[in-house]
Design a protein around this ligand. Structure first.
Ligand SMILES: Nc1nc2c(ncn2[C@@H]2O[C@H](COP(=O)(O)OP(=O)(O)OP(=O)(O)O)[C@@H](O)[C@H]2O)c(=O)[nH]1
Ligand SMILES: [K+]
Ligand SMILES: [Mg+2]
Length: 442
């Protein structure tokens, strides 16, 4: 995808007007480009103030601060540089034009980090963390991304990959020895190791998706009967008129979303169509969407108006969800029940603004409880989860395999699945272990 012979450049600082624009360069021509723009290579890794000249016209384009990072001791592992230009769009555009004239090309999204990965500067989990750091909206997200960028997750996965390689090595050696008719317990050792690793991976997977929730945001859905005041609640919690409120039941059809920040966790709060049987095709689709959203939500809010009997459809929906939050709405109209089907109820009135602080506090408590920060590094992406599931299943398969060759094949799969996580898929490593790590010696 990326041709490493190309020298790439991109504006690394935000778009739009700014005092300074940082343009980043990476690739084999970088040194040559700096020489042509400034007359000489600046000292490595020290800031130098230089006039940048268009090599064709000799015109001074800008007076800029240069940083020259000769490879391999650079972020990408290649010769690279930063030009700290004055931030005007014309400065950046004219310098970009000069760079193209010197044989560079604009970088594609993520290309610098991709090069860092290809040159072994980062593993894949660290590359992902760079993207997460750039996107981090909250301190909690930043902390999680930084930890992953430091390699905590990658090291865990690399250690597991090494263990799987060792199992494979034991299994292959067991096959060899069986052919020599020598009794060994290599096969049993491999199976024991597989059981241990499978248990550790299962525990790592059983994290309630804390890392993913912090990275992607927690999903909260408001459900309830028509006219329960769901949209009014969404508007009150988010502080803006995001959803249409009216006295007409069946007002909301689409899922209406608002982003909130609760306890450092980004939260998507969704208002949904009132649950009822309807002759209207559009409303029926709205109710389908409401039910689907309720199913997917990390936190479910059941809005039940205090001035009417609890809605049967809503109660049925939350019956299987012990974690659902029962909220009595319109408490200015009637006394809310203390409990519904034995579960406590939070009284609110969007009109009077009562109970909203309590509801926000409860949502914040749940957000903090469900997302982020544990002692062990966390899975932060569906990609991680998929590969770990695959590895765990193959470890079970290896343990149950009747034929040593099938066990070996499963171990090979485990190494591949775990290796994909860091991007270091190295079945070659196994050969080194077979012939080096433990001494077959004959
Ligand atoms: N008295 C009182 N009326 C409220 C309160 N909240 C909402 N309402 C009124 O109840 C009616 C329905 O409110 P909505 O927020 O549209 O209710 P909804 O649950 O979103 O309704 P649908 O989208 O049709 O399912 C409107 O007339 C609101 O003004 C409240 O706290 N107190
Ligand atoms: K309504
Ligand atoms: Mg509504």
């Amino acid at each position: 995808m990326t041709d490493l012979q190309d020298t790439i450049f991109a504006r690394a600082s935000g778009a739009g007007g700014a005092a300074i624009a940082v343009v980043r360069l990476s690739g084999p021509r970088t040194g040559d480009v700096l020489r042509k723009l400034t007359g000489a290579l600046p000292q490595a890794r020290l800031a130098s103030l230089r006039a940048l000249r268009d090599p064709q016209t000799e015109e001074v384009l800008d007076r800029a601060l240069l940083l020259w990072f000769p490879g391999p001791a650079s972020f990408t592992g290649e010769d690279s540089a930063e030009l700290h230009l004055h931030g005007g769009p014309a400065v950046v555009a004219d310098v970009a034009e000069a760079l193209v004239g010197l044989g560079c090309r604009p970088a594609e999204g993520g290309e610098f980090t991709r090069r860092a990965f290809l040159h072994g500067k980062l593993d894949l989990t660290q590359a992902e963390a760079v993207a997460d750091l750039v996107a981090a909206e909250t301190s909690a997200q930043r902390r999680q991304a930084l930890r992953q960028a430091d390699g905590a997750l990658g090291q865990l996965y690399a250690a597991w990959t090494a263990r799987a390689s060792r199992m494979l090595a034991h299994q292959e050696a067991a096959i060899e020895f069986t052919m020599d008719d020598l009794p060994t317990d290599l096969d049993r050792t491999a199976r024991r190791m597989a059981a241990e690793l499978a248990a550790e991976i299962a525990q790592h997977l059983d994290d309630g998706r804390r890392g993913e929730k912090l990275r992607e945001g927690l999903s909260v859905a408001i459900v309830g009967p028509p006219n329960a005041g769901k949209s009014s609640l969404l508007n009150a919690l988010s502080g803006r008129e995001a959803a249409i409120v009216s006295a007409q039941p069946g007002t909301t059809r689409d899922v209406v979303e608002c982003r909130l920040l609760l306890g450092g966790v980004p939260v998507t709060l969704a208002d949904t169509a009132g649950l009822r049987a309807s002759a209207d095709e559009i409303e029926r689709e709205g109710v389908r969407r409401a039910r689907r959203r309720a199913q997917e939500a990390d936190v479910l809010i059941a809005a039940l108006p205090a001035d009417s009997a609890p809605d049967a459809q809503t109660l049925a929906l939350v019956a299987g969800r012990q974690d659902a939050l029962l909220v009595a709405t319109k408490c200015d109209l009637a006394e809310p029940p203390a409990e519904i089907t034995g579960r406590s109820v939070l009284p609110t009135s969007a009109r009077m603004g009562t109970g909203l602080a309590e509801l926000t506090a409860e949502l914040t408590r749940r957000a903090e409880q469900q997302a982020g920060a544990t002692d062990a590094p966390l899975i932060t992406r569906a990609r991680h989860r998929a590969a770990l599931h695959e590895a765990r299943d193959l470890l079970m398969e290896a343990q149950a395999a009747r034929q040593p060759e099938l066990a070996a094949e499963a171990y090979r799969g485990v190494v591949r699945a775990l290796g994909r996580l860091t991007g270091h898929v190295g079945v070659e490593d196994v050969l080194d272990i077979v012939f080096g790590d433990f001494c077959i010696g004959k």
